[in-house]
Design a protein around this ligand. Sequence first.
Ligand code: NAD
Ligand code: IPM
Ligand code: MN
Length: 355
Amino acid sequence: MGTFNIVVLPGDGIGPEVAAAGVSALKVIGEVYGHTFNFEEKRIGGIAIDTDNNPYPEDTDKACLAADAVLLGAVGGPKWDLGKMRPEQGLLAVRKSMGLFANLRPMEVKASQIHRSPLKREVVEGADMLIVRELTGGLYFGKQTRTEDTAIDECVYTVAEIERVARVAFEAARKRRNKVTSVDKANVIETSRLWRETVMKLHKAEYSDVELEHNLVDSMAMHLVTRPTAFDVIVTENMFGDILSDLASVLPGSIGLLGSASLGTSGKGLYEPIHGSAPDIAGKDLANPIGTLKSVAMLLRFSLNLLTEADALDAAIDAIVEKGVLTKDLGGTASGSQVSAAINDQIRAAATVAA
Ligand code: NAD
Ligand code: IPM
Ligand code: MN
């Protein structure tokens, strides 16, 4: 029986729809397992530009830093695309402020999902990987310079930044299938050469029991499609991880299925689906809430140490997917709120059976 303070950042587009599904699942878990979740909703992204002229207002930052965990929907949208201030800056700011350098993006193709994969059964069957994306360095946080005819994005990585995220990957691999694939562009880019060198040194010094391979990011994109079952833990820098995780996300059928946990040195984390604000379907109750609910399961597991509850939520999601209660992105006819309600009912039903 615990009491936990959760900050909710709904954001823009489908963000508020999927965040609401996350909150409702937590409420049900609170009822069923006797926990109290206190929710505090704060502004981030485009909506915060509109209200505060700042994509990451100070009171949002304060609340995030004080919370036990943060749940985020998504930010961005065409309304703010041409402005000088961008919603996405809010997301980068919360990641940096909370020191969340490791972004975990698990992707698994369950047996019941194979027929919805764009890949052939024999290629995709058994695919189960964890992408560990570096989240507070690289191009995203380098100095940006712009004159009328020239733009410069600086890409900086230090040994310490590479080491700490590689450590997360090696530790995760030890609890999985003991293999790490480090992805870089060491044939061209200097930060990638430092990346590879650092990962190799750390491996030799502390993790030689873990199988390690290195892949260049371009061929990695190809391998993810041609032999996705070859990978266990993938570790890579910020931008490569962003791109490769969208690619990997569709292997089970939709980007709407993938959640993520962003972690730092404190136990506190930020949990968000990997998809964006999907302006094309916003406000229509079409958004798949599963990516957010998978994120909530990680929130329970990693920040609140509620392992039974996390497993129960994961199991309820699987059961509802297997039953075929699906949103349109997965070929179904259910609305996002119907999927969310079905998962909540499943959590209650499973707990009644177990009692
Ligand atoms: P997107 O992920 O928002 O959408 C890509 C496609 O996937 C769209 O067709 C969309 O309808 C679909 N999709 C995404 N999530 C879905 C869900 N839950 N259920 C069903 N379908 C879903 O990517 P985009 O269109 O390139 O970006 C739109 C905006 O979102 C941009 O402003 C971008 O910067 C922002 N963005 C934000 C985040 C975030 O907040 N974490 C992540 C990615 C993109
Ligand atoms: C993500 C998004 C963000 C990123 C954008 C919106 C800043 O694409 O979370 O994957 O690139 O990190
Ligand atoms: Mn992305």
